[in-house]
Design a protein around this ligand. Sequence first.
Ligand SMILES: [Zn+2]
Length: 361
Amino acid sequence: MVNDTLPLPHDMPAPEPAAPMPAAGVPARAFDGRSTRPQAVLLRFEAPTLLVLEASDPSAPARSYPAAQLRVGEAIGAAACPVRLPDGGTLWVDDTALARALRQAAGGVGPVARAIGSWPAVLVAVLLLVALLGWFSHSGAGQMARAALPLVPERVDREIGNRAWASIDGQWLRPSRHTDRCRALAERFDRAAVAFDARNQLPLVLCRRTAEGAGFNAFALPNGQIVLLDGLVEALTDDQLMVVLGHELAHVRERHGMQALLRQMGLLAVAGVALGDFSTIAAASMAGLQGLSYSRDAEREADAGALRFMASAGLPPRLWAEVWQRFAQEEARGGGGLPPWASSHPPTEERQRLVAPGAKP
Ligand SMILES: [Zn+2]
């Protein structure tokens, strides 16, 4: 498991609620909703207005937002609290006192807590939960996750992915030694992914190495970022890496990351989804990312997607066997060693038996 290697935002000590607000502002992380890069900001709440200052240049003009236009998530333990801005951005606020003040000024808490104040809503929620419980025990977590998936807006996937990335990049992950090759590969993959399906929201391909070494693996985050680790980049040709990217692309397109989270979080997640309270999921899912792995069905789906992608990109079918053989060799050597949530490819016999279109069995 990865508890030791994956420092999470809510592991950070929360500032004392009683501490006075520093003159410059309270540090927080901001996502603009377009890029996956967090921005360090300072927050100053001068009721009824929230001022957001650049942490690197607090004297630059601040962005200001009326508190009434903010959507403030619920505080889950010491986890950072998400604050959605009217311009589509999101702030992650660690300071519980500030989060509480903003929540009050924004007109109260999220839809769940509001619903709890209303008896008919509670009754509906209880009936819903009873129905869900029956359905859950009858149909199993996997089917539930698949069924619940369309209820979760894709922005939740992005938010969770952004948050996961912010917590692992620079801590568990280090810059790649193959930046140029990686960039060229990413461009080639972009073109092939668009040709494969023009509706594709382009995944962002990044190369990194791990803090412990090069790392022999690839994984995709729920926000569509695909990460190739240096060990894999060194061991495979560009064509072979395209096969791996095709497999990860399918995980992204099918939202397997979110499916795995829903499966793992089970009923709680469904209740959150049903009641429209996604901030709970975003907060709780960071813990859920640990120990997460795709289901066998998801792997099968990703393999099928990769084979279709290969055919579309004109990649020779022999690459399929080459790639998984390479993974099998590495596993036999005891390589890989990634946490299960990032592990994208149990090189099963079943997978190696799959044959690319046009290849001789
Ligand atoms: Zn996979």
